[in-house]
Design a binder for this molecule. Structure first.
Ligand code: 5GP
Length: 180
């Protein structure tokens, strides 16, 4: 697996420290609010797990799955819900936790859905932001790291369902996906 990585972009200790900082910030800003943390599957699972373990306030979690890149590295531009939330979001403070915002299409779709569901507030926390490729305008409230326009894997992010278990964020060698 390591041989498929061109470069380590964010080392494990840097990742973990930044996640702790985000958790402290969220704990402060959501004191007394019991937020509902929404993990967008599957890429955000590791991030959300570390994030909530470092949060010091009462909170609840739920999961949502949308279509993503399938086995390729380019978005189809079409977003679909594969799994909806179990809980009602009525009058709740939501924090959407994403692995990476690329075109922004997934996020703008999710925000639109939640805005139609009578929530109290909706904010977005993403581990990675790839602003160069944005095609839909989205407001991101909390960002772990900005990354360049490269296909990254690790710490939950996959290529063809692999590499999610790498403890760092790395750039995948182009030859791995060049036959797409
Ligand atoms: P967007 O809708 O913003 O274009 O991207 C949504 C999803 O595409 C992300 O949640 C993520 O699953 C996937 N994605 C976008 N860029 C990358 C990347 O560089 N690496 C990986 N592994 N997935 C990505």
């Amino acid at each position: 697996m390591l041989g498929d990585i061109k470069e380590i972009l964010i080392e494990e200790n840097i990742l973990k420290n930044r996640v702790k900082e985000l958790a402290a910030q969220l704990s402060e800003e959501y004191k007394g609010k019991n937020p509902l943390i929404i993990c967008v599957l599957k890429g955000a699972v590791l991030f959300m797990s570390d994030l909530i373990q470092n949060m010091s306030i009462p909170l609840e979690i739920d999961f949502m799955a949308t279509t993503s890149y399938g086995s390729g590295t380019k978005s189809s531009g079409e977003v679909r819900i594969l799994k909806d939330l179990d809980k009602s979001v009525d009058n709740r403070d939501l924090i959407i936790v994403e692995d990476i915002v690329d075109s922004g299409l997934t996020l703008s779709y999710l925000i639109k859905i939640f805005n139609d569901r009578h929530t109290k507030s909706v904010k977005v926390c993403t581990l990675l932001d790839k602003p160069d490729r944005r095609s839909a305008e989205v407001k991101i409230d909390y960002i772990g790291f900005e990354v360049p326009d490269e296909f990254v894997v690790g710490y939950g992010l996959d290529y063809d369902e692999k590499y999610r278990n790498l403890p760092f964020i790395g750039i995948l060698k182009e030859e791995i996906y060049s036959n797409e």
